[in-house]
Design a protein around this ligand. Sequence first.
Ligand code: NOJ
Ligand code: MG
Length: 610
Amino acid sequence: MASLWKTVGIGIGALLVVGLVVGSMTWAILASRSPIIEAPVTEIKPLDWWEHAIIYQIYPRSFQDSDGDGIGDLKGITSRMEHFVETGVDAIWMSPIFESPMIDFGYDISNFYEIHHEYGTMADFEELVAKAHELGIKVLLDYVPNHASTESLYFKNSEARVPGYEDYFVWADPRPNPLNQSDRLVPSNWISQFGGSVWEWSEVRQQFYLHQFAVEQADFNFRHQAVKDEMINIMTFWIKEKGVDGFRVDAIPHLFEAKPDENGIYPDEPLSGNMFLNPDQPGYTTQIHVRDLIELYDVVYEWRDFVDRLKEEMGSNTKILLAEAYANITMTMLYYGNERDREGAHFPFNFDFITSLSASSNARDFAFMINRWLTYMPYGRIANWVFGNHDNNRMPSRFRENMVDGLNALNLMLPGVAVTYQGEEIGMRDGYVSWNDTVDVAACNQGNPDNYLQFSRDPARTPFHWDGTVSAGFSTNTSTWLPVAQDFREINLLSQKIAFRSHYKVYQDLTSLRRESRALSHGLYLIRALSEFTLVLVRHLPTFDTYALVFNVGSVNDTVDLSRVELFAEPLTVVTSSIHATRGRRDTISLDETVTLLPGEALVIRAPPT
Ligand code: NOJ
Ligand code: MG
């Protein structure tokens, strides 16, 4: 039975399997909405805390300022802890909170064991964790193993060749120029993610060091055992001493780069042939030497062994690792493990809704991309869905604003883990940030007043909109580190709590449904385009209520015939719907009628058990 439920738990798309599963089930008495009936299935595989969790990403600088300096901080997060409970999320992941010169807003860490002074103290952090745990909220940190700030002691020591630190980073001599011996050529043509060469000259050490991101973010040398040991020390500290529940692991595809040949010469990347880019821009070359190197997966698998061992040793709950990897589907899936004998990250983030779907996608594109992830995912693993983060334009700005509820419903109704970026629960859009106010290193490095918005991540990072007061309730200061988006009086949490219908209320409806419904936690899934624009997602578990999302992802009205959805039985009852939907809670839909959906309209429907 247990193994059977494992099969069901991971969801099987084919309907034919339903019959098969039901046929092999034991029958037992079970109370449900209908009077007590003879019904199959009482054994539901218990899920580990993270397997059906909602993970909420906090961008600490922009969540809540507690001391009026215009910068979010830990005390601010702690003061808003009830928001997570009310919203119905299970875990928070905070973008980096460690000591940092803030060149890349915390992704350039100068001390991996300290809290950044603008964010508070270690005592504030301990208080945050205690409060979260008291309320049943798990805490995940952002772990940045690929690089350290050039202000870190690691780097300073390495630059000065302090014994034990010489090889902590990737150091290289200039490439010799046979025509001019005094020329100091960069070791290779590799380009940083933020533009310009990955190689930067150190006057102190008289060598180049490698940085795949900003000049101030030097890449660690993962072929050096002391570095790997230190990475374990850092994770041990935060898990064992500080009680965190896991990590989002930053920039993993970049852990390794190609080695130099026997003469110390690094291989160049081939040119991509993209004529719209200049030689300083990422994409000008095809990155075959600086990302996705197969060696990196062993490191990830070792980290998994390590967190599993720590869990055993501590007798604690599972400590999870979530891999941030923008990679092709094959290299992405390898993060889950090698499918033979090694487990990897609990999951690599699924960025398909960011990288492969947009306002111009139709229902078939949605169905295809969702099924693609579930098809490639190795057996028995947990899926996850990401709709936005601090590196990409916000979800309503990439799609359409009338799609917010439908997209949140997809996130919360698909099998596995839902990831929500702060503000998605209220449909926050990109904030406008002028060139003068722009602070993102990616935009400052590569942009100018005319084109910076194509590089800038600031619009997705503006402060959270709590209410319609000064600085949207984020800070008592009228001046904040990034400007508050102009639409905060129109879109904010307080007004959405008061309104009769709002994105926030839909989000709450969905999180409570997610808690109650066994079809959502354990059911099979069916994802299909009912027409060019209407997507349907059905979650079904025999003897339990079936739940479905019917979502018009197009920008024109669409009329569909719901009797075409297998697994639907009458009566169909609307449980929640997008704020502009014509049908609302408790409305019923007959299978004899056609249903016309407005652009972006989403209906969440309950159908009785079969
Ligand atoms: C990914 C992070 O999400 C991004 O914000 C950062 O700039 C890079 N990794 C480098 O750490
Ligand atoms: Mg502050």
